[in-house]
Design a protein around this ligand. Structure first.
Ligand code: ASP
Length: 323
C-alpha cells in the first residue's frame, strides 16, 4: 500500500525486517518477486527514517568491505548503512593488503573468515568471485559487483528510486542505454525490473550487446532515439573501458553523437521521462551535464541517497536470517 507526501514522494507501509531464503546476496537472478518487494518496502522505511537508531539489527556484528575494484558510492554507502544499523565496519583496501604480495582471493577470504565477521561485502573484477567466496566462508556474502555479472544492491537502489518517485515499477517502459555488454548494473536491472513487470528496451551499439541477449526477454535497439521513444525512464550506463578490448566504440565524440543523452534526444522519451545513471558518470561521453544536473528530470542524486537505504535493508535481512 503506497502513500504520497506533499512533495510527491511515495512511501510504503512500515514493514518488519525481511528474511531472505538465501544466506547470501549474490545476484537478483533467482530472487522471488516477494523477496524483492519486501526489500524495497523495507528500503522505503529506511529512506523515510534515514538517521541512526531506527534499527540496531547489526549491533555486535562485524561487516568487512573487501573491494578489489575502485568504488566511491557503493563502499561508502555500505559503510554508512552498516553503521546506521549499529554494526562495526572494517574496510580492506586491496592496495594496502596482502593481495599486493600475491595472496589469492580464497586465501584472503579464509584469513578474514578466521576472524569471524558476520558479513563480507565483496567487489571483484571477476564474474563469479562473490559466489566462489560464499562457498568458502561462514559469513554471509554480499556481491557489491562482480565483473560483468551482477550488482544486486545497485538494482535494488534503482528500483527504490523509481518507486519513490513514481510509486510503481509495473507497466513502466524503461530504456537501459549504453555499454550493456560490460555492465553488471544492466544485468541486475534486467532481472529486477523485468521480474517486477517493467517493459525493458536495451539501447546500444551492436558491438556492446551481450552474447546472451536472446534469453533476456527484452527488446533491443541500435538506434538511440528509436530506443528511448516514449520511455518513462532513460537509464544511462558508463562506457566501461576497463573491460573493453579497445575496438568496441568509435571516438568518444562520435559515441556521444550517436548514443549520448542530451536534452534534444530526451524529447523523444515520454513527456515526463526521468533520467538515471549509476555513476560514475563520464560527462560528455554518455550524458551531457545539462541533462545529468536537471533537478526536474535527473534522479541521479536520489539514486545515491537510496543506496544507503537499500543497503540497510539488505544487511538487516542477512543478519535477520542468521539469528
Ligand atoms: N558503479 C557501477 C559498477 O560498479 C557502474 C560503473 O562502474 O559504471 O558497476
Amino acid at each position: 500500500m503506497t502513500k504520497q507526501d506533499s512533495k510527491g514522494v511515495h512511501s510504503h507501509e512500515i514493514t518488519g525486517p525481511v528474511a531472505l531464503t538465501s544466506r547470501h546476496l549474490l545476484g537478483i537472478e533467482g530472487m522471488s518477486p516477494i523477496e524483492i518487494r519486501s526489500l524495497l518496502d523495507r528500503g522505503h522505511m529506511f529512506a523515510d527514517n534515514p538517521h541512526d537508531g531506527v534499527s540496531d539489527a547489526l549491533k555486535g556484528k562485524t561487516i568487512i568491505n573487501l573491494f578489489y575494484e575502485n568504488s566511491t558510492r557503493t563502499r561508502v554507502s555500505f559503510e554508512l548503512a552498516a553503521k546506521r544499523l549499529g554494526g562495526s565496519v572494517l574496510n580492506i583496501s586491496v592496495a594496502g593488503s596482502s593481495v599486493k604480495k600475491g595472496e589469492t582471493l580464497l586465501d584472503t577470504a579464509t584469513t578474514l573468515n578466521a576472524m569471524h565477521p558476520d558479513i563480507l561485502v565483496i567487489r571483484h573484477n571477476c564474474s563469479g568471485a562473490a559466489l566462489l567466496l560464499s562457498q568458502h566462508v561462514d559469513a554471509a556474502v554480499i556481491n557489491a559487483g562482480d565483473g560483468r555479472h551482477e550488482h544486486p544492491t545497485q538494482a535494488l537502489l534503482d528500483a527504490l528510486t523509481i518507486r519513490r518517485r513514481i510509486g510503481r515499477i509495473e507497466g513502466l517502459k524503461i530504456a537501459i542505454c549504453g555499454d550493456i555488454a560490460n555492465s553488471r548494473v544492466a544485468r541486475s536491472n534486467i532481472h529486477l525490473l523485468g521480474t517486477l513487470g517493467a517493459e525493458l528496451q536495451l539501447v546500444c551499439p551492436v558491438t556492446l550487446l551481450p552474447a546472451d541477449i536472446g534469453n533476456m526477454g527484452v527488446s533491443v535497439y541500435t538506434d538511440f532515439e528509436a530506443g528511448i521513444e516514449g520511455c518513462d525512464i532513460v537509464m544511462m550506463l558508463r562506457l566501461q573501458t576497463e573491460r573493453m578490448a579497445g575496438t568496441e566504440t568509435p571516438s568518444q565524440r562520435e559515441y556521444f553523437n550517436l548514443f549520448g543523452l542530451d536534452s534534444g534526444k530526451l524529447m523523444r522519451a515520454a513527456p515526463k521521462a526521468l533520467v538515471m545513471h549509476p555513476g560514475p558518470m563520464n560527462r560528455g561521453v554518455e550524458i551531457d551535464s545539462a541533462t545529468a544536473d536537471d533537478v526536474e528530470k535527473s534522479l541521479i542524486r536520489t539514486q545515491v541517497e537510496m543506496g544507503v537505504a537499500a543497503r540497510m535493508a539488505c544487511l538487516e535481512a542477512l543478519v535477520t536470517r542468521q539469528t
